[in-house]
Design a protein around this ligand. Sequence first.
Ligand code: PGA
Length: 228
Amino acid sequence: MKLLIANWKSHKNSQEVLDWLESFKKEEGRIKNKNNKIIIAPPMSLVGVVDWFSREHFDNSVREKINLGIQDISPYPMGKYTGAISIKNLEGLDVKYAIVGHSERRRYFHETHNDVANKVAQCIDAGITPVVCVDDEYVSSQAAAIKQEHLEKCIVAYEELSAIGSGKNEPIEHVQEVFSEIKKYFGETKLIYGGSVNASNVQDYLEICDGVLVGSASLKVEDFAAML
Ligand code: PGA
């Protein structure tokens, strides 16, 4: 079972999300027949739109294959944290996965390793699987901040900074080296790769790991569907 995660970042409005899903629905046959799990992570304000569409328009066999993800979560529980979306706020929505600690969160929003560890804890307590993004350089300190008992419950996404959104995907040999390093800290967890993945290179990565985190090539249905 391979994971294909569509990380739409801050792209799309509600109409564009509906258009994407309408077109993606045409791929139902291919979605059902492959041993893949697709995770769609829209902007937070559009999570409800994807959830609604999925309940209304996908039958159960497709819904098993397409899961809802979020791109971030508050490190705090429900309470007085203006502007933050807590896990509790998502109750009633069929969210199964949460990307946490994406390098763009750490770079532009100054998230620390402790913030990421707290987000991981929020997710695990709520039964949502965290997809923790790590860098080659910081993997040991990132892992050190996360509670020991949470490490093996994370899916770990290795994303090399220079590969993100650049069209320069990381060479397989280096990805394998970093995966060995990650295993030292996270143990036998699922490992995925992200950074300029597209239809022409996805197979190479799926041969060495459990899935891919896809940004740019997930925005257009035809590019994403080509990866199926
Ligand atoms: P990219 O983004 O596929 O555009 O490189 C991946 C990511 O940042 O998750």
